[in-house]
Design a protein around this ligand. Structure first.
Ligand SMILES: [Zn+2]
Length: 149
């Protein structure tokens, strides 16, 4: 299996699948999991994602289609030890399953925004979330939206 090198920190992995550390390909560059999360936060932090059909003060120039992602809840992650995510504030009251779901929903929206970048968009309309349960993998969150510029 070809070796993958993180384009930011130069960490090496055994491949995109089956590596001891997860790697991601975003906009034709490879990232280790840590650098992928950092890139996604920085690249999509200012992106508008709304449940509405328009973005106030902006004209829709092009529609790039509907995009969707599914993210499963990591039932093994010790969410209490990860510290409060910035979007929940410094003293998050969310614990246990609520916190796990909130983290999964946040990850789904971020993944949807990365897909938006990959489609050449810079905004998302009509965003919605759906929670689902699958027999083998448990609970998950699906995020859907229309990619626009
Ligand atoms: Zn890296």
């Amino acid at each position: 299996m070809a070796q993958v090198v993180c384009s930011v920190c130069q960490a090496k992995g055994g491949g995109l699948l089956g590596a001891s550390k997860w790697f991601y390909r975003i906009l034709a560059r490879d990232y280790c999991e840590t650098c992928a999360e950092k890139f996604a936060d920085e690249a999509t932090g200012a992106m508008v994602a709304t449940t509405t059909a328009a973005i106030a003060g902006h004209q829709i120039l092009a529609y790039h289609g509907v995009e969707a992602v599914e993210v499963y809840v990591d039932a093994t992650a010790n969410v209490e030890q990860q510290g409060p995510p910035p979007y929940l504030g410094g003293a998050s009251p969310l614990k246990g399953k609520e916190r796990r779901l909130a983290l999964t929903r946040y990850a789904a929206l971020r993944a949807l925004k990365v897909r938006t970048l990959e489609r050449g968009g810079n905004g998302l309309l009509g965003v919605s979330f759906q929670y689902f349960s699958a027999p083998d993998v448990g609970l998950g969150v699906a995020a859907v939206g229309t990619v626009v510029t």
